[in-house]
Design a protein around this ligand. Structure first.
Ligand SMILES: N[C@@H](CCC(=O)N[C@@H](CS)C(=O)NCC(=O)O)C(=O)O
Length: 142
């Protein structure tokens, strides 16, 4: 498949869960798209030049139009390619509301669990448990 001026290009990387959200939307809508793999960590000179300074992944490009953030990307996909909808049989507010929860609270807890092996609340409890009950006094002998 050859890219054209109106091809969908997703600036992304494979292990990005936010990129996966958009890839799933492409699949639901049956869209062809191209991947432009970006570095996982900074520096990202080409991405920043494209976005004007936005450093996160994913970014969708269609021609000269650039869409940063998955909410913006999904809204634009729904506008350009309404069928099949990403919101079958339900009101859109519920979908966006659940996404706010999954993308913020749930995502942050999942990252903490994945990279630290514990959830933030467990971590706080463990920190409290480790705290000395009384200040340790330096003692001098002799
Ligand atoms: N609100 C953004 C979040 C995107 C996001 O956090 N992407 C991560 C990768 S999954 C990222 O680029 N992190 C790198 C950084 O924060 O610099 C969205 O929905 O697209």
């Amino acid at each position: 498949m050859t890219a054209t001026a109106q091809s969908i290009i997703l600036h992304q990387y494979d292990i990005s869960p936010f990129s996966e959200k958009v890839r799933v939307a492409f699949g639901i809508k049956g869209l062809d798209w191209f991947a432009c793999d970006e570095p996982v960590i900074m520096p990202k000179p080409e991405l920043l030049a494209l976005t004007g300074g936005y450093r996160k992944i994913p970014v969708m490009q269609i021609g000269a139009d650039i869409y940063c953030d998955t909410q913006i990307i999904l809204r634009e996909l729904e506008r350009r390619f309404p069928a099949p909808t990403l919101f079958p049989g339900s009101d859109k507010g519920l979908g966006w509301g659940v996404a706010m929860w999954t993308d913020r609270i749930f995502f942050q807890a999942a990252v903490a669990a994945r990279f630290h092996g514990k959830t933030p609340s467990i971590s706080r409890k463990r920190q409290r448990a480790r705290k000395p009950r009384a200040p340790i006094q330096a003692s001098r002998t002799g």
